[in-house]
Design a protein. Structure first.
Length: 215
């Protein structure tokens, strides 16, 4: 939600926040392991910070069917009622500063932060299992991570395009009009990359064509 202060011949700082996710509906998350990667924050480009985190849920089993049943029971539960073995959320937040020059309001600066959370299964099994099963799991989890990294990249690209869009805004007759236009443009970028995630899932059959299927 955008909030504007009365303009008093100085720059106004406005913050706008939007949630970008690769599925349109909210998630009902499964129980996670306590162990997870700490967020890693890097500068994707000037004025764009990216924070990425991977969290895990445990599955057990010493046969293909046992592991598959665990994935079906403990995977990420979406609000559409389906469970997914892996899932990626990304969130883009932006803020910007504008100022008047003469009778026009211009964008002065912008900053964007993209937060990504990937959820993956972790196989915990103490029973002896065949090398073939371990190799099958390893191939599957690598492919699943590859698929989710595609969603992660879409989120990062969305944040980068939001930043470029804000910085390229034309001047407007008033700062209120500039703020409305800037937020609308950023929303449009988020919608574009939400759709890109949907198309990515459709093209890869949710990772199946990349090998993200077990067994």
């Amino acid at each position: 939600m955008m909030k504007l202060k009365p303009f008093v011949l100085k720059a106004i700082f406005t913050i706008a926040v939007i949630l970008g996710i690769h599925q349109a509906s909210p998630l009902l998350l499964t129980q996670f392991d306590t162990a997870h990667f700490s967020p890693v924050t890097v500068a994707q480009s000037p004025n764009h910070q990216v924070s990425a985190q991977t969290v895990y849920y445990s599955v057990t089993g010493s046969t293909v069917n046992e592991i598959r049943n665990q994935l079906n029971q403990r995977g990420v539960l979406h609000s559409n009622g389906k469970r997914y073995d892996g899932y990626t959320n990304w969130y883009v937040n932006w803020n910007y500063r504008y100022q008047t020059q003469g009778n026009r309001c211009r964008m002065e600066s912008a900053n964007v932060r993209t937060d990504v959370q990937i959820t993956l299964p972790r196989w915990n099994n103490s029973s002896p299992v065949s090398l073939a099963l371990r190799n099958k799991w390893n191939r599957y989890i690598q492919a699943l991570e590859l698929h989710e990294n595609g969603h992660k990249q879409n989120g990062i690209d969305a944040g980068e395009e939001v930043l470029k869009t804000l910085l390229s805004m034309s001047a407007y007759p008033s700062c209120q009009k500039l703020g409305v236009a800037a937020n609308a443009a950023a929303h449009s970028v988020i919608n574009k990359y939400n759709q890109r995630d949907i198309e990515y899932d459709r093209a890869t059959q949710y990772g199946v064509t990349q090998g993200a299927i077990f067994p």
